[in-house]
Write a protein that binds this ligand. Structure first.
Ligand SMILES: Nc1nc2c(ncn2[C@@H]2O[C@H](COP(=O)(O)OP(=O)(O)OP(=O)(O)O)[C@@H](O)[C@H]2O)c(=O)[nH]1
Ligand SMILES: [Mg+2]
Ligand SMILES: [Zn+2]
Length: 335
């Protein structure tokens, strides 16, 4: 990722270009729900069960938000989707068609069914904090999902204001692995604003979704990155430990020169919808060794001439990430 700083003018230009890049596919022959480039006039900024909040892209009333229901033939729409909508009564509307989705970030629920979080995104911020403490396998599960969607990601350690020098050696050791394999890692604080200047540079002109456990401060970061508080922030309480979530639905916010999507926190992140090969591919530092083991069906556990274990011995793969890989594979077998 470039360390070059962008001027205000450059940031404004990127933002304009981003707006102009909203291109959608032409209606397909079956007359199905895909909208053409010219008639997409809205974007979903939040969804609530059967209803969605559509932000108008019509130049005459750009930015207006209308609560809409959707035609029954449409798939379940998600925050970030481009749509065609029309008015129906005073302050409500109906979504008639969906624009093409560049991508869809989702997570499976407890029964393995994929629950959509956001569509048409450029970047995922995987947010964690010293409290609640991060689990490496949670971070790695997110990374596997993100890699399989070919999306960019940045790791964010929030609440850096709570960390005293010297009392977080384990956390530092765990986190130091990621920049070495190519993931940017920013230490920030939504409380005192530290580290956010650098983060903002990486968000310029992009639509970014924030994901992570409940209570790590995703909504607080959004409020701090904007000019005013827009997202609801919750207490860090006992109730939260029991699974209370403050943010309950994904929502898109337009901030200075970027868009951010807040998402509900989670306790578990299952990967029910992916296969073992996709898990392997999701560990980016393993990829150069793919197909190099002596046995084609090598499990990378005890086999001789295993390229992964040889890379481990050479220090090109860390023991922690390999352990994490095995843990994820195991969880696929015993969900
Ligand atoms: N000290 C400190 N506290 C923070 C920081 N960021 C957030 N908090 C606190 O952490 C608590 C949870 O913050 P939220 O922003 O609601 O967390 P969230 O990730 O959006 O949680 P969900 O919406 O449930 O997923 C609040 O009490 C915040 O004030 C930070 O950088 N430093
Ligand atoms: Mg929140
Ligand atoms: Zn092997």
């Amino acid at each position: 990722m470039s360390k070059r700083r962008l001027s205000k003018q450059q940031l404004a230009r990127i933002s304009d270009n981003q707006q102009n890049e909203l291109v959608v596919r032409k209606e397909d022959a079956s007359g199905n729900a895909n909208a053409s480039q010219n008639n997409c006039n809205g974007r979903i900024i939040s969804h609530f069960g059967q209803r969605v909040d559509v932000e108008s892209l019509d130049p005459r009333h750009k930015g207006r938000v209308i609560r809409c229901h959707q035609r029954a033939n449409l798939p379940r729409l998600v925050t970030g989707d481009l749509v065609v909508w029309e008015e129906e009564g005073a302050n409500s509307g109906v979504v008639l068609a969906q624009g093409e989705r560049r991508n869809l970030f989702g997570r499976p629920n407890a029964s393995g069914v994929l629950k959509p979080v956001a569509a048409n995104i450029d970047l995922v911020l995987v947010v964690f904090a010293s409290s609640p403490p991060p689990h490496m396998s949670l971070i790695d599960r997110y990374l596997v999902a993100i890699e399989n969607l070919n999306l960019q990601s940045i790791l964010i350690l929030n609440k850096s204001d709570l960390l005293q020098a010297g009392d977080h050696e384990d956390l530092d050791n765990m986190l130091s692995i990621y920049p070495k394999i190519g993931y940017p890692l920013y230490r920030v604080s939504a409380e005192d604003g530290s580290g956010l200047d650098q983060l903002e540079q990486s968000l310029a002109g992009k639509t970014t979704v924030l994901v992570g456990q409940s209570g790590v401060g995703k909504s607080s970061l959004i409020n701090r990155l904007g000019l005013e508080a827009v997202a609801e922030v919750g207490p860090l309480s006992q109730a939260r430990e029991k699974g209370m979530h403050t943010t309950t639905t994904s929502r898109l916010f337009h901030l200075k020169h970027f868009d951010l999507i807040d998402s509900p926190g989670i306790r578990e992140f299952g990967l029910g919808h992916i296969d073992p090969q996709q898990v392997f591919d999701g560990f980016i530092e393993f990829r150069p060794f793919s197909g190099h083991c002596k046995f084609r069906d090598c499990s990378h556990q005890t086999e001789p001439e295993c390229a992964i274990r040889l890379a481990l011995e050479r220090g090109e793969i860390s023991q922690e990430r390999l352990d994490s890989y095995f843990r994820i594979l195991e969880s696929l077998e015993n969900p």
